[in-house]
Design a protein around this ligand. Structure first.
Ligand SMILES: C[S@@+](CC[C@H](N)C(=O)[O-])C[C@H]1O[C@@H](n2cnc3c(N)ncnc32)[C@H](O)[C@@H]1O
Length: 232
């Protein structure tokens, strides 16, 4: 029997209209969908984006929803990823394709990377379907051009001592996961004396999307800040 294929599918930042045709085609027929959640009590956001596709299906399919908690403990995290990889591998060995859905794009800070690293070395087939990443979605919603001509764009997932020296060299900084470090971010950006526009977007592409000048003070996870240095 031929083994199934692991397919990493980016589902975009939130609006189902931002799914790619390829993602829709796959999700209409794949026998297993894997959609991780951050906690037992929390439904998967990625799953809610593709709900309309699943509701329209009249064949049988399985949804795996392993918990990938947002914790720092590497050892505990690995136990969760190992368990998810075990469940996925079992389905692949039964000859079933598995679509692992991920918010935005699977190659941008996605748990898909961990799963892919566990599955591909075993010789099982893997395919990755890109999605519209949240930061281009945020820039589009905010009518911002991220980069023109020779401008340098940098994507920052964590605010630490690396940020200040990097900012000196960039024209646009996209700061992701801002809910974890908004105070430090404001301090570092405040110390940079150049002229700049600061725009933050929350829940991009969703019914409750918010766009503000400056930084969000709440701790909402789906928040991204874009800083455009305007001194030339
Ligand atoms: C683990 S990363 C996932 C990134 C995702 N793979 C992508 O391509 O956008 C999660 C971070 O992405 C950003 N993000 C994802 N979806 C978003 C949305 N709808 N609105 C604003 N920011 C979003 C936030 O900064 C959030 O903390």
């Amino acid at each position: 029997m031929e083994s199934g294929k692991l397919i990493g599918v980016g589902v975009g930042p939130g609006n189902p209209d931002l799914l790619t045709l390829k993602a829709v085609k796959i999700l209409k027929q794949v026998p297993v969908i894997c959609s991780p959640r951050s906690a037992e009590s929390k439904p998967s956001l990625a799953l809610s984006i593709i709900e309309f596709i699943l509701e329209s299906r009249d064949d049988e399919f399985e949804v795996l929803d392993p918990v990938f908690p947002m914790i720092e403990d590497e050892e505990a995290l690995h136990e969760h990823w190992d368990e998810a990889a075990r469940q996925v591998k079992e389905r692949l060995e039964q000859g079933k394709d598995v679509a692992f859905i991920t918010l935005g794009d699977p190659t941008v800070y996605s748990t898909y990377a961990y799963l892919e690293k566990k599955i591909r070395p075993t010789g099982l087939e893997v395919e990755t379907i890109p999605g519209i990443t949240s930061f281009t979605g945020c820039a589009a919603s905010a009518h911002l051009s991220l980069g023109e001509k020779d401008e340098i764009i940098v994507i920052v997932p964590k605010v630490d001592e690396r940020l200040a020296p990097i900012l000196e060299h960039v024209d646009t900084a996209v700061i992701m996961k801002t809910s974890r470090h908004s105070k430090e971010l404001q301090n570092i950006v405040g110390q940079d004396s150049r002229q700049k526009d600061i725009i933050s977007v929350q829940n991009c592409g969703m019914a409750d999307e918010k766009i503000i000048k400056g930084f969000f003070q709440d701790k909402k996870y789906l928040s991204t800040t874009i800083i455009k240095f305007t001194d030339k």
